[in-house]
Write a protein that binds this ligand. Structure first.
Ligand code: NAD
Length: 234
C-alpha cells in the first residue's frame, strides 16, 4: 500500500510494461527487434534520412497494434488517482500509445511523443492528430512547405519533450512511483535518483528494474494486478 496524504504531490512515471497487459509488446518482450531490424535502425534520425518509407512502415505497424488496444486495470487505476488528487498528480509516460487517455487520464505528459500524431521534419507547424498507415511502396507524405511528414516520436539520439515541466514536477514531488520501466533508458532512468532524500519512491513491475537499489520499495507483480489496490488516501 502507498499512503497518499492531502499534502503529497505524486509523480508517476510509466513505461512500456504498463501497456503489456493490453497486448502492446515491450521492447524487451519483442527482443528489441522488428523483422530482424534492431529498433535503433528504424527509430532514429539516421534511419529517417536513409529510408523514410521503412520508418513509416514500422510506425504504421505500431499504429495498427496500438489502434486496437484497450486500457487495462493499471491505466484505469491511474485515471482514478487523478480523479482523487487532481493536479497533485503529475503523470509522465515514456509510452507513445494513448491508453492513459483512453482510460480517462486528462493530463498526460508524453516525453517520448505520441504514436497518433505526426509533424513536419522541416517547418515548426505543431504536431497534429494522424492515424494513417503506409505500405512500404507508398510515397512519404509531404507538408505544404515541402518537408516530409514524420511520426511525432522522440527517436534514439533525439532530446525527449517537456523536460522543463518534468524537472519542476520532480523537484516538487513528495512521492515518486515508476511503473513498468526497465530503468535503463535515460533520462527517465535517473528520475528516481533526482528525488532521492526528498520523496518516497516506489517501483511496480514483475521484475526488478536496473535501478532497483534507488527505490524506497519495490512491488513485484503485474501493474494491472497491483495498481487497483495500491493507493490509500490519508
Ligand atoms: P522496456 O521494454 O525497456 O521495459 C519494459 C519493462 O516493463 C520491463 O522492466 C518489464 O519487466 C516490465 N513489464 C513487463 N510486463 C509488465 C507488466 N505486466 N506490468 C508492469 N511491468 C511490466 O520499456 P521502457 O523502460 O518503457 O523503455 C523502452 C522504450 O520503449 C521507451 O522509450 C518507450 O517509449 C518505448 N516503448 C513504448 C511502448 C508503448 O508506447 N506502449 C511499447 C514499447 C516500447
Amino acid at each position: 500500500m502507498i499512503e497518499i496524504s492531502v499534502s503529497d504531490r505524486v509523480f508517476v512515471l510509466t513505461g512500456a510494461g504498463i501497456s503489456a497487459e493490453s497486448g502492446i509488446p515491450t521492447f524487451r518482450g519483442a527482443g528489441g527487434l522488428w523483422r530482424n531490424h534492431r529498433f535503433e535502425e528504424v527509430a532514429s534520425p539516421h534511419a529517417w534520412h536513409r529510408d523514410p518509407r521503412l520508418v513509416w512502415e514500422f510506425y504504421s505497424m505500431r499504429r495498427e497494434v496500438a489502434g486496437t488496444a484497450k486500457p487495462n486495470p493499471g491505466h484505469v487505476a491511474l485515471a482514478q488517482l487523478e480523479g482523487s488528487i487532481g493536479e497533485r498528480l503529475f503523470l509522465c509516460t515514456q509510452n507513445v500509445d494513448n491508453l492513459h487517455e483512453q482510460a480517462g487520464s486528462r493530463c498526460v505528459v508524453h516525453m517520448h511523443g505520441e504514436l497518433f500524431k505526426s509533424r513536419c521534419d522541416r517547418c515548426d507547424r505543431p504536431p497534429f492528430a494522424d492515424t494513417k498507415t503506409y505500405e512500404l511502396s507508398a510515397s512519404v507524405p509531404r507538408c505544404d512547405c515541402g518537408g516530409q511528414i514524420r511520426p511525432h516520436i522522440c527517436w534514439f539520439g533525439e532530446v525527449p519533450y517537456h523536460l522543463d515541466e518534468i524537472a519542476s514536477a520532480l523537484n516538487g514531488c513528495t512521492v515518486f512511483i515508476a511503473i513498468g520501466t526497465s530503468g535503463v533508458v535515460e533520462p527517465a532512468a535517473s528520475f528516481v535518483a533526482r528525488v532521492h532524500g526528498r520523496a518516497q519512491s516506489f517501483y511496480v513491475g514483475p521484475e526488478e528494474p536496473a535501478n532497483a537499489a534507488s527505490f524506497t520499495r519495490v512491488f513485484l507483480g503485474k501493474s494491472g494486478e497491483i495498481l487497483p489496490t495500491l493507493f490509500h488516501y490519508g
